[in-house]
Design a protein around this ligand. Structure first.
Ligand SMILES: [Ca+2]
Ligand SMILES: [Ca+2]
Length: 465
């Protein structure tokens, strides 16, 4: 257990309380907060020494922090489709960023989204920011739709300046002098705050999707110039020959946006690598500030004592680990995400290190809010871990990258099985950076066999538009 984890554990012992009986009259509200491309560079997960996230850390101290949580796809659209519809990519056929569920009416006839399920069960549903990929909302999910100023392609374009030493309008990073109250995440947080300050005649499901720290890593100058982010920053550990023990198929599958290659980042004594780290950390802090505004508004509202908070990221992000940038891999940096669930009547300040999936959020909320069950859900409810973070948990966390490529994460192992049969195996007890692929070592044949039995049994073809 980390230093922070120990502190949170003892806080939990002090402030847990018994849950009351749930009736239709006192069903809890839900505040559903998704962050785009946030890895473990947050204080309570000890991911980087310069991470500055007081509000995420505060939320962890008030709820249950899952320190081994994983997305079901390391790509925006399939990850979001998975947690919003409660099904795996291998079961729903969403593997890439197109089409979105909004563009697939037949899919929405087959599966009911989480917000739609809440709406059908009498909740008033709100959304702002990036919940679905490209901010494309299916019909019938939301009763009240707030501003979505960052319609993906327009993402904070106004704050961007043309800099010839950066390679691409999206793959850009640095401080921006633009009025910070005009940034998308500020605008969206302000709208949610207004809704939280209102009285509501029914329980609500309110979602906000923050865009940062997704590229471009733009944050206000005030944030970027804070002392925590200046000077030489600690680089993630990278092994020069790390990728020599993975297959040609895996090398080809892993996409890296040109020209954000690791070599480009390393040039001139890591010049761009340092700049990118600084800008990413600043964006994480900027998002944390917006989260803090929302949490304070909830705390000062009439809803504070009856609102569940779910906070998480859609997938992780590489900043050079395994000589890779961004996501699109089946490795730890792409799959692992922060996940915090705060129940004002539940445990607080505790950490669960069980391998859990974002797929579990939907059935968890159905159970916590007493909604009718949705028989299509594939995930495991996290309620047993919210009641006892060290409860027995035999379930692995599975991530899928395009059709037929899967990773299985257990408490100890990461096993990867590619569609052509190639494999990787990493032992997290001794190799947290996943540097040594054990798959071809004869001592691990038994592990390969038992882990491969956990792979999804179906691989649904890519859904048509
Ligand atoms: Ca994302
Ligand atoms: Ca390696």
């Amino acid at each position: 257990m980390t230093r922070v984890g120990i502190v949170l554990f003892f806080l939990g012992a002090l402030c847990s309380s018994l849950k009351g009986d749930l009736t239709e009259q006192n069903r809890p509200n839900v505040l559903f907060i998704v962050v785009d491309d946030l890895n473990d560079w947050v204080g309570c997960l000890d991911g980087h020494p310069n991470a500055k996230t007081p509000h995420i850390d505060r939320l962890a101290s008030e709820g249950v922090l899952f320190s081994n949580a994983h997305c079901q796809s390391p790509i925006c659209n399939p990850s979001r489709t998975s947690f919003l519809f409660g099904t795996r990519p291998s079961s729903n056929g969403f593997y890439g960023n197109s089409p979105t569920p909004a563009e697939s009416p037949s899919f929405r006839e087959e599966f009911v989204s989480l917000p739609r399920h809440f709406r059908r069960n009498g909740y008033k549903t709100f959304t702002t920011g990036k919940l679905y990929h490209a901010s494309q909302l299916p019909e019938d999910d939301f009763e009240v739709v707030g501003p979505r100023p960052g319609q993906w392609i327009e993402l904070d374009k106004e704050v961007q300046v043309d800099r010839p030493d950066h390679m691409h309008w999206l793959w850009d990073f640095g401080p921006q002098s633009y009025d910070e109250t005009k940034f998308s995440d500020y605008v969206d947080a302000s709208w949610i705050i207004e809704q939280l300050e209102e009285d509501h005649d029914r329980p609500f499901f309110m979602s906000i999707g923050f865009y940062r720290p997704h590229v471009p890593f733009f944050s206000p100058e005030r944030i970027y110039n804070q002392p925590e982010f200046s000077g030489e920053l600690q680089l993630p550990p990278v092994k020069a020959d790390d990728r020599d023990d993975i297959s040609a198929y895996a090398q080809k599958l892993i996409y890296s946006p040109h020209p954000a290659s690791h070599g480009w980042m390393e040039a001139k004594n890591n010049l761009k690598w340092q700049e990118a780290l600084r800008a990413y950390l600043a964006c994480v802090h900027w998002t944390d500030e917006q989260l803090g505004r929302v949490l304070n508004a909830l705390q000062n509202s009439a809803h504070a004592d009856n609102t569940l908070i779910v906070f998480f990221a859609d997938h992780g992000f590489h900043l050079g680990e395994k000589r890779h940038w961004a996501k699109w891999t089946l490795w730890e940096r792409s799959t692992r995400v922060p996940l915090i669930i705060r129940d004002p009547k539940g445990l607080c300040g505790v950490v669960s290190d069980r391998p859990v999936e974002l797929l579990g959020i939907y059935p968890t909320l159905v159970e916590m809010c007493g909604l009718e069950e949705n028989p299509k859900l594939e995930g495991q409810s996290l309620v047993p871990l919210l009641e006892d973070p060290e409860a027995d948990w035999p379930h692995p966390a599975i991530t899928t990258l395009y059709e037929g490529n899967h990773s299985v994460r257990t408490a100890r192992w990461r096993y990867i099985h590619y569609a052509n049969g190639d494999e990787e195996l990493y032992d997290h007890w001794v190799d947290p950076h996943e540097w040594t692929n054990l798959a071809s070592h004869p001592d691990y044949e038994g592990q390969l066999e038992s882990l491969s039995a956990l792979l999804p049994k179906t691989n649904r073809p890519q859904v048509a538009k």
